[in-house]
Every structure is written in structure tokens, then in C-alpha cells.
Write a protein that binds this ligand. Structure first.
Ligand code: HEM
Length: 363
């Protein structure tokens, strides 16, 4: 349902561009991805989408949070430089942020309000039942919900944006995925989640995007619970450990032409990307690995499938000039948001549009 709204939203923007005489004006791809992912996750969490204002405030809080958490990172790890962190962010700023977050959270999720459990929906409802049964604290419930929301929203959208950029740079990959969609799904209906198992090439596109562009290149920090030796290096007990999964996925010892976006490499051999094959670990591995690996892979396949089924994507500038540089941080997104020209393919037939929109479909 969210994917369908995304397609309608792209079409709407195309129509309004066409009405302004700018039929081939590029769209900012990120805008649609952020919305479809947040809406899907909020539906899972609270059984409905956040309102527009709630969604925007959430995005802004998360952006601020990334800024605050990445602000003094280096200094936080060198004990005699810790005091330098306060140059960048004051305690007051942290506290102000915490209050803003709590206010949003209470309003949007209603966890701490006096709302009966039966009136809640989705994951929050399940958690509230567990809270009664297992005596979980408000803080635990709130922390879990916040974790799911923040860990899920941007991570998924970031990988899709990279994948779309790679497919615009490499039209043969895009066409192959579209041919597969046309032959499996056809042009009479929109691709749905139940089609995913029948779309092996599209699934490989998702895996290849996760290999080359894992959204959290250094995963989340871990703490060594024991002193261990890894590859001749001593990792002392208590040390903070970052695993560079981006470098692992691009290691020429494991991958031929690692910087080439070639989904076919995953067709040739069955490769697990959910923590069992140590050559590609976008979701981490072991007990702390991402609990939503399958969910987010399905979501990525569905969103990309819909975008490719309904539109052909190209760049307003030559493909080789697309800025593929990375924004450093906990999340590695494209430094320059991807701009693309979308030409409708099957969309006008699979989505019943209001007449005035249908009349203007670009073919
Ligand atoms: C492309 C999408 C995603 C990627 C690449 C990704 C990646 C990761 C990684 C690398 C970790 C840390 C693993 C570790 O440090 O060992 C993680 C943790 C986590 N992820 Fe994801 N994730 C994605 C999507 C999602 C989604 C959609 C959700 C929820 C709806 C989610 C929820 C979580 C949570 C709650 C944790 C923390 C687990 C813990 O601390 O024990 N992630 N994710």
C-alpha cells in the first residue's frame, strides 16, 4: 500500500512538472524513499502512518541525533581528549534534544499516555502487553520502539538511493530488472510482496547494493567482553570495536572488480548476506545483528520493484558525472541527493489515476 502511494506521489510530481511545461524535470529520489520507508515502519510499529508534521519532526530529530552522536566521536575515544567534545556540543544542547525527543515520542506513540492497550496497534501494542506480563519499564518499551524507528527508517532508504544511482549509471542492469518484472508481474498490476521469490535478478540487485553500499559502514560499536586476538592483533577486554563491513564487501581478495555494480555475481553462487557469509555483512552477524534484515530486504525489493516497473530512470547529467561520493557518518548516504528523470512505463495502466492525471502521462 505504501509502495503504491509512492508511485502515485512520483506520478503526481511528474504531472505537475508537465503542467508547468517541464515534463523532463528531474525529481529528488530520496524524497519518495524516505516517505515510503518511514510510512511502512510506522505502520508496523503503531498500525498507522505518522501525520505529515509528525513525520517531519521525527526526521528532523533523527538528523539532529546523528549530528550529536557523531559530533565528538574521535575525542570520545581518546580519554585525555574527552574534554574537547564539549567544545562542539554542550550538555544543554543534549538535554534540549532529549526533551524534544520525549515530547514527540509521547505525542506520536502514546506509550506513556493513559491510553488503554486495546487502543494501540502494531508492535507497540505487543510490547505493552509484554510490559504488563513481564513488568517491563516505560523506559525499556520506549527505548525499544525508538530503536526500531531510528534503526529502520534511514538505513533502508539509503541503500535504495545508492542502488537507483548504480542502475542509472548502468542501464543494462536496470533493463534486466525491468524485463524480469515485465515477464513475471506483467503490466496489468503492480508488483507485490508475494512476487519477490519469483524475481531472482531483482533480489540480486538488492544484495549487490548492500555489498557495495552498506548503510552503516562501521556497523554499531561493540565492546569486547574478553581479551581476544584477531589476525595477530590483540583486542583488550573492554575495547570499543568497529567492524568495517564496507571494506569487507569491497575487498578484492573476496570480490572480483569489487567497485563494479554487477548483481550477476550473486546469481552465480548462492550467497547469504544475513550474517553467515563473512565476505558480506551489511547487517552484522551473531546475536547483535540487525533483527530486521529480512524485513528490510523485502522492503527494498518491493520499493525498487515498484519504481522500476513503473518508471524508466535516467540522469539529467551524463551517468559518469553523477556524484557518487559518500557522506561520512554513522550512516553512509550519498553526499549529493540523487536527481533523476522518471519516464512512466506501466504506471499509467497499473494505477487507476484520476482522469486529469491520466491525460498528462508522459509516454
Ligand atoms: C538496509 C537496511 C538495514 C541495514 C543495512 C541495517 C544494518 C544494521 C546493522 C549493521 C546493525 C548493527 C549490527 C551489529 O552491530 O552487530 C543493525 C542493528 C539494528 N537494526 Fe538494522 N539495518 C537495516 C534495517 C533495519 C530496519 C528496517 C529495522 C527496524 C524496523 C532495523 C532495526 C535494527 C535494530 C533495532 C538494531 C539494534 C539491534 C541491537 O542493538 O541489538 N534495522 N542494523
Amino acid at each position: 500500500m505504501e509502495a503504491r502511494s509512492m508511485v502515485v506521489s512520483v506520478l503526481r510530481d511528474l504531472m505537475s512538472n508537465a503542467n508547468d511545461g517541464q515534463a523532463r524535470k528531474p525529481v529528488i529520489v530520496r524524497k519518495y524513499l524516505a516517505a515510503v520507508v518511514l510510512n511502512t515502519i510506522s505502520r508496523l510499529m503503531i498500525g498507522k502512518e505518522f501525520g505529515t508534521e509528525e513525520g517531519q519532526e521525527f526526521k528532523s530529530i533523527v538528523e539532529k541525533e546523528h549530528l550529536l552522536s557523531g559530533s565528538g566521536t574521535l575525542f570520545d575515544h581518546v580519554w585525555w581528549l574527552k574534554w574537547v567534545s564539549s567544545w562542539f556540543i554542550s550538555d544543554k544542547e543534549f538535554l534540549g534534544h532529549k526533551d524534544r525527543r520525549t515530547k514527540w515520542f509521547r505525542g506520536a506513540i502514546m506509550v506513556e499516555e493513559d491510553v488503554p492497550i486495546e487502543d494501540h496497534k502494531g508492535f507497540v501494542r505487543k510490547l505493552l502487553v509484554l510490559k504488563e506480563q513481564k513488568e517491563l519499564s516505560e523506559e525499556t518499551v520506549g527505548g525499544l520502539v525508538w530503536n526500531m524507528l531510528t534503526a529502520g527508517a534511514d538505513t533502508t532508504a539509503v541503500v535504495i538511493e545508492w542502488a537507483m544511482a548504480e542502475m542509472i549509471k548502468c542501464p543494462t542492469v536496470q533493463q534486466k530488472a525491468q524485463q524480469e518484472l515485465d515477464s513475471v508481474v506483467g503490466k496489468q498490476r503492480l508488483m507485490s510482496e508475494s512476487d519477490i521469490p519469483k524475481l531472482p535478478y531483482l533480489q540480486c540487485v538488492v544484495k549487490e547494493a548492500l555489498r557495495l553500499h552498506p548503510s552503516t559502514p562501521l556497523m554499531l560499536p561493540h565492546k569486547a567482553s574478553e581479551t581476544v586476538w584477531v589476525g595477530g592483533y590483540k583486542v583488550p577486554k573492554g575495547a570499543t570495536v568497529y567492524v568495517n563491513v564496507q571494506a569487507i564487501g569491497r575487498d578484492p581478495a573476496n570480490w572480483r572488480n569489487p567497485y563494479e555494480f554487477r548483481p550477476e555475481r550473486f546469481l552465480q553462487e548462492e550467497t547469504d548476506v544475513k550474517g553467515r557469509d563473512f565476505r558480506v555483512l551489511p547487517f552484522g552477524s551473531g546475536r547483535r545483528m540487525c533483527p530486521a534484515a529480512q524485513l528490510s530486504m523485502n522492503l527494498m525489493t518491493l520499493v525498487m520493484g515498484n519504481l522500476l516497473q513503473c518508471f524508466s530512470w535516467s540522469s539529467p547529467i551524463p551517468g559518469e558525472k553523477i556524484d557518487m561520493s559518500e557522506n561520512p557518518g554513522l550512516l553512509c548516504n550519498m553526499r549529493t541527493p540523487l536527481q533523476a528523470i522518471a519516464l512512466p512505463r506501466a504506471a499509467s495502466r497499473v494505477i487507476p489515476l484520476p482522469l486529469d492525471l491520466n491525460r498528462n502521462v508522459i509516454t
